[in-house]
Design a protein around this ligand. Structure first.
Ligand SMILES: [Zn+2]
Length: 207
């Protein structure tokens, strides 16, 4: 298990916490922070969107075509703006949301509604809320880190509130107990939350 610097320790790192453990010096629940950084950092195999290559010759094009290796796109994805993609069945697909590069969403149709339950961290507390417009919503909430999204609306949010009711510290804020942090790590599945959201939006456009 990779060991990461204690990210919230003031000054030089004093200790290390690995996923599923607590910091032995502070006895605080740092597992969440460590897990989050582990997933967002470089300790795991690179995510599809991160495994980019900068070579541009035709030989590499052919290799990328065969291996599905993400490469710089001829133009950014029109849905999520990503700059890397994979070539599949003769077409470029966005490496983040899998949208077919070059395709534009139908301008006559309203954007699809994609409700999410979000998990935000502020210090050692986690807010579980829901929104259909997470970019605007999260911009209005003071937080230090977006930990995860989960597809779902108010009913799922309330289900999660009931599941973790014993950890509730007020309003929609919950104590970062390992039971909750394990749930969040499982939700993320090694994918950055905004990348997962981009994929759900693309899926909704395709429906
Ligand atoms: Zn995309």
């Amino acid at each position: 298990m990779a060991r990461l610097p204690h990210p919230l320790t003031p000054g030089p790192p004093l200790c290390y916490a690995s996923v599923g453990t607590r910091c032995r010096l502070s006895a605080h629940r740092w597992a969440l922070v460590a897990a989050s950084r582990l997933i967002g950092g470089h300790s795991l195999p690179p995510l599809a969107a991160e495994a980019t290559t900068t070579v541009n010759d035709s030989t590499s094009d052919a290799a990328a075509s065969v291996t599905g290796m993400p490469r710089a796109l001829p133009q950014p994805c029109l849905l999520c703006g990503a700059h890397e993609g994979v070539r599949r069945t003769g077409r470029w697909h966005c490496a983040v949301c899998d949208w077919r590069v070059g395709d534009a969403p139908d301008p006559d149709l309203p954007p699809p509604r994609v409700d999410v339950v979000y998990y935000l961290r502020w210090r050692e507390r986690i807010k579980i809320g829901t929104s259909r417009q997470p970019r605007q919503r999260l911009a209005a909430i003071l937080h230090e880190e977006l930990l995860a999204f989960e597809p779902g609306d108010r009913s799922l949010e309330q289900q999660r509130h009931r599941e973790f009711a014993d950890l509730r510290e007020g309003g929609e804020w919950f104590r970062a107990d390992p039971r909750l942090t394990d749930h969040i790590v499982a939700l993320r599945g090694g994918i950055r939350p905004w990348d997962a959201y981009a994929r759900w939006v693309a899926d909704a456009y395709r429906r």
